[in-house]
Write a protein that binds this ligand. Structure first.
Ligand code: 6GU
Length: 257
């Protein structure tokens, strides 16, 4: 998979050299390039923002550096990936469609994502129109109902959620099957040795005996029950949705903006 990240803070993406993502890059499973948006400016101050037309607080990202950056990154990607490769262009944005596990799954099956980090109050709206008119597929994705200062932290999260689903990145693919959200429920509680543990306060804490029974059918049933119970308690919205999926629940898979 190829990932191009556009940002005015390339250093923010340094953690993508670490851990599982770093190993995927070194193993050739992930070709990740980070580009500095300011490299696509032409003035002495490398200006990427200006005051909002019509007035108001904060600054807006200028369209010209974005258009130049996309032209460059998309042309390079097409040349390197060959003939018919086309990117999905993702803008992390609190006003986007909710990014969910199904979004991560869909995007992990794509050959190429361009992740564009906005800052300040946002990006000039004409950039989105221009990209759509140029025939690019554009998606706005939100991590949740709160506001970050820019798209960089969201890109770290989206990249990790997506890349770990690329075949070969997580060594034991079975570990992706039963985790939280893979079936719309939260994961059951986990235990390891010692089966009897005395905590620092002196309390003796036993792991559930059924997990030591060796009866795999009973263990699976117990875990399914705990998943359901935990989801009802912590995320009743997920249970309701499983029973009656509503319009707007369908995670965005990359169409529209
Ligand atoms: Cl994707 N971006 C920003 N700037 N803020 C957010 C977000 C994204 N998701 C939640 N808040």
């Amino acid at each position: 998979m190829r990932l191009d990240v556009l940002t005015i803070f390339p250093d923010y993406l340094a953690p993508l050299d670490l851990s599982l993502i770093g190993r995927a890059r070194r193993d050739g499973l992930l070709d990740l390039r980070v580009h500095d948006l300011r490299d696509f400016t032409h003035d002495r101050h490398r200006t990427v923002d200006d005051t909002p037309l019509g007035g108001g607080a904060g600054m807006v990202m200028k369209p010209e550096p974005w258009a130049e950056a996309f032209a460059s990154v998309v042309a390079a990607g097409r040349a390197e990936l060959g003939g018919d490769a086309e990117p999905l262009v993702v803008f992390p944005n609190p006003a986007g469609a909710p990014f969910a596990q199904a979004t991560a799954q869909a995007w992990s099956e794509r050959p190429w994502l361009v992740l564009a980090c906005g800052r300040y109050e946002g990006i000039d709206e004409r950039v989105y129109e221009h990209l759509a008119d140029a025939g690019l597929e554009v998606a706005l994705a939100s991590l949740g109902d709160y506001v970050l200062n820019g798209g960089e932290v969201a890109v770290l999260a989206i990249t990790e959620a997506v890349v770990r689903l690329v075949p070969g990145v997580v060594g034991n693919a079975a570990s992706l099957v039963e985790e939280s959200h893979s079936d719309g429920l939260l994961e059951y509680p986990l235990y390891t040795r010692p089966a009897t543990w005395t905590d620092p306060a002196g309390a003796v804490r036993e792991a559930p005996a059924i997990l030591l029974s060796g009866d795999h059918g009973k263990i699976a049933a117990w875990r399914a029950e705990r998943s359901r119970e935990r989801t009802a308690e912590r995320r009743p919205d997920l249970l309701a949705r499983r029973e009656a999926p509503a319009a707007g629940d369908a995670p965005d898979t990359g169409h529209g903006r």
